[in-house]
Design a protein around this ligand. Sequence first.
Ligand SMILES: Nc1ncnc2c1ncn2[C@@H]1O[C@H](COP(=O)(O)OP(=O)(O)O)[C@@H](O)[C@H]1O
Ligand SMILES: [Mg+2]
Length: 252
Amino acid sequence: MTKVIAMAGKGGTGKTTTTALLTKYLLAKKETPFLLVDADANANLNELLNLDVHLTLGQIRKELKGELPPNTTRDQFMEFKIHQALIEETGYDLLVMGQPDGPGCYCAANQYLAMTMDKLAANYKYIIVDNEAGMEHLSRMNLRSIDYLFVTSDPSARGILTAKRISEITEPLGLQIKEQYLFVNRAPQPVPPALQEKIDEAVTETGMKLGGIIPSSDTLIDMELSGDSYVTLDDSANVVQTVNTIFDKIFS
Ligand SMILES: Nc1ncnc2c1ncn2[C@@H]1O[C@H](COP(=O)(O)OP(=O)(O)O)[C@@H](O)[C@H]1O
Ligand SMILES: [Mg+2]
């Protein structure tokens, strides 16, 4: 069965970074093939993996409104186009959602998308969705059942409070989430006791467990600036070892 991992968290807290580090982890563990979905309108996961995007689902949705090739149904067209949009790498594929529906949304496109995703999903061990702050895309893709929700937070009291709120809104959204983990990112080492208290509180008062605390890392900053793929990060880097230990614990 395909497992769905979804990222959530305020902008800038580390969802895309965590997704790129998870990509490196799953490749190393040979937990392949997996599908990465960049569900941020301002897509940038591809940059951390040093991949070019040529076609997004937003663009396909637009094409679906126009004339289709003869003897092609809309769901055939959608399926064909989604395969075209897949960026295929060794061990994983990347699909970029792009811009969401604007006014005059062609909502049937979302149904075709959901249908195609259902079929596509069966090919993968994991589907990992890098969301923007909201999680609307998950329902668009019909990913209502999520095995792991990773909620990222910056290392501040208000950040942790926001993570708590995000965890709490998943229920009204109708998402079924098996396990939720809080990731506190860019944390100073050692973690200040006041921050630790907020983390403990968030974990006690929500369905989240503590996934882990990720240190602030110059290695990541340098890597982002260099434009190289995070998959090539040095295994001995402190941040890589830390997240690997965190993922080992979660997926064991
Ligand atoms: N642990 C970290 N150490 C240093 N910089 C980080 C760390 N995590 C994220 N960043 C940087 O912070 C910025 C926002 O991270 P990003 O993963 O893009 O957040 P999000 O996807 O949640 O918006 C990026 O420039 C990223 O390189
Ligand atoms: Mg992001």
